[in-house]
Design a protein around this ligand. Structure first.
Ligand code: HSE
Length: 315
């Protein structure tokens, strides 16, 4: 289904974008996994200039509803990148991905906007997968959340002078993610400010070994996940900003669960090697903390972001 002509008037698109978990332990700013939890967005071109934003669910009453809204900024950024004039827009967002918890909500908002722009510009500008990744990464700053949000599955993303690149992989069917979400939030900017300028060479080697092993564990040998999720590049530097997360990860790992910080935190990702492990991991956390942690048993999303155009509405 596609839009009838080259005019933007009356165009309407619906976008669905998965949440993501990035880093996966050793793969800092590189590895990401799409999870079956989705934000949905409808964008309609309207006659009046400017943006009108309605938000339902997570972030309602909190996120901006004008041109400073991150989704609107991503649409505007994409239109500008392809030399297109931005029309008046009416956005309706239904958000489910928790904000500020390390589940890729800002990446999902950016990908929502980029995909909406792709849909709205259908037949006028064709934006290929690397173009989508480039536009999203320009706003997010690093590609490890936006790559799986766009393409689904497990993604390896890397940056070159020609722009960000990605490889999508299908994870082993036994890999069973559990995400434990605290009430507190964490700012990615704060987490990144805690990173040192340089790291010991031995630590870099440690992470090269674990992250390459992690690819094997995720696509072929889930029994290696505990060894493969060790990290020396980011989690220890950030632990002081999320001590409860750090404490619970140590407790989970001591019992053999492959637990890591999800993205920049403070949620915990447990990459269980079979579905039954997830309940035991959630029980362990519930028994070791006095504060409420929400358990999200999430499948891996294999599809990534989708956009549907509504040609019937074009007059
Ligand atoms: N790789 C990023 C970080 C993910 O850990 O800072 C969060 O955006």
């Amino acid at each position: 289904m596609s839009f009838a002509d080259g005019s933007l008037a009356g165009r309407r698109v619906t976008v669905r974008v998965p949440g993501t978990t990035a880093n996966l332990g050793p793969g800092f700013d590189t590895l990401g996994l799409a999870l079956a939890i989705y934000d949905e967005l409808t964008v309609a071109v309207r006659d009046e200039p400017g943006a009108f934003v309605e938000v339902d669910g997570v972030g309602a009453g909190e996120v901006p509803t004008d041109e400073t809204n991150l989704v609107v900024r991503a649409i505007a950024h994409t239109f500008a990148a392809y030399g297109q004039e931005l029309p008046g827009l009416h956005l309706t967002a239904k958000n489910v991905i928790p904000h500020g918890r390390g589940l890729g909500s800002s990446g999902a908002a950016i990908v929502s906007g980029v995909m909406a722009a792709k849909g709205l510009l259908e037949g006028i500008v064709e934006i290929d997968p690397l173009g989508l990744l480039a536009r999203a990464t320009e706003l997010e700053g690093h590609p490890d959340n936006v790559a799986p949000a766009l393409f689904g599955g497990l993604t390896i993303a890397w940056v070159t002078p020609e722009g960000p690149q990605f490889k999508k992989l299908i994870v082993h069917r036994g890999v069973s993610p559990l995400v434990l979400v605290p009430e507190e939030t964490m700012s990615t900017a704060l987490a990144r400010s805690l990173q040192p300028e340089s790291v010991p060479h031995a630590d870099a080697i440690f992470n090269v070994s674990r992250s390459t092993l992690l690819i094997a564990a995720l696509i072929q040998s889930p029994e290696l996940l505990l060894a493969a999720t060790e990290d020396k590049l980011h989690q220890s530097y950030r632990a002081s900003a999320m001590p409860e997360t750090d404490r619970l990860i140590q407790a989970l790992r001591a019992e053999g669960f492959p637990a890591v910080v999800s993205g920049a935190g403070p949620s915990i990702l447990v990459l269980c090697s079979d579905p039954g492990q997830r309940l035991a991991a959630a029980d362990l956390v519930a028994a070791r903390t006095a504060t409420p942690w929400r358990s999200l048993v999430l499948a891996v999303d294999f599809k990534g972001a989708t956009v549907i155009t509504h040609p019937d509405e074009v007059e």
